[in-house]
Design a protein around this ligand. Structure first.
Ligand SMILES: C[S@@+](CC[C@H](N)C(=O)[O-])C[C@H]1O[C@@H](n2cnc3c(N)ncnc32)[C@H](O)[C@@H]1O
Length: 227
């Protein structure tokens, strides 16, 4: 494991220099196993501190430009629904938000009556819909590298041809921890080359990795289109 890479990833994904550095494989696995419980426990704290200014708007608009009018968007790791799920609803799209933390889904339901909000795990997508677009903003990067590798083949049949995909990822291959309300959570990323190769093999085209910057709301963005 490359901890230098890990530190770089942590700075770029979640700027939290105060976060303790995990120093063993076992510790990292423990943090990974606990991440769901942390989000469930800290859902209210998360919701209270999640910025609502929609600095992600340019990225969302670029994604939405590829959607049909009123299309059905799947938001994986939707959290409390604010502000991203809410933005899609306001723009007139159908929205299914899925999150494995029941407390997050309760918050989303209480904030947005119109959306469909499901408790579920994106590692085990058990959905029968077909979606016009799929987004996972700061959700997908909680999957381990092995889980990320398996994810694309599961996702592809759920998307209509031409549907856009938008994920936030890390800038390079690695595993790191971040914090949510002082509790540690797990993050991982594949390398840009591996994302390109895996998406290509799973039936996606136009794969682009855009390095973090102001125009990407500080995130490394992965965008692709279902062929
Ligand atoms: C950093 S929050 C982001 C929430 C929302 N996307 C946003 O931008 O505000 C990450 C969310 O992903 C969810 N999550 C992490 N791993 C997940 C998984 N395997 N399946 C479903 N949800 C997951 C967490 O419960 C949490 O609500």
């Amino acid at each position: 494991m490359n901890f230098r890479t890990g530190l770089i990833l942590r700075r770029r994904i979640l700027p939290d220099p105060a976060a303790p550095v995990v120093t063993s494989r076992d510790d990292l696995d423990t943090v990974r196993a606990e991440t769901k419980a942390v989000y469930n426990r800290q859902a209210a704290a998360w919701n209270a501190q999640r910025p609502l200014s929609l600095h992600e708007r340019p990225c969302l608009e670029e994604f939405a430009a590829k959607l049909p009018r009123g299309g059905h968007v799947l938001d994986l790791g939707c959290g409390s629904g604010a502000p991203i799920g809410g933005w899609f609803l306001e723009q007139g799209y159908r929205l299914t938000g899925l999150d494995y933390a029941p407390a997050m889904i309760e918050l989303a339901k209480s904030q947005y009556k119109e959306g469909e909000w499901l408790v579920g795990d994106m590692r085990d997508l058990n959905l029968c819909g077909r979606y016009d677009g799929v987004i996972s903003w700061d959700g997908f990067f909680h999957l381990s590298r092995e889980e990320q590798r398996a994810f694309f083949a599961t996702l592809a049949p759920l998307m209509v041809p031409g549907a856009p995909l938008l994920l936030t990822v890390g800038p390079e291959d690695g595993e790191v921890t971040g914090t949510v309300a002082s509790e540690q959570v797990y993050h991982a990323s594949l390398s840009p080359d591996e994302y390109r190769a895996r998406l290509d093999a799973a039936g996606f085209s136009d794969v682009r990795i855009t390095p973090h910057g102001e125009e990407t709301a500080g995130r490394t963005l992965l965008t692709a289109v279902r062929t």
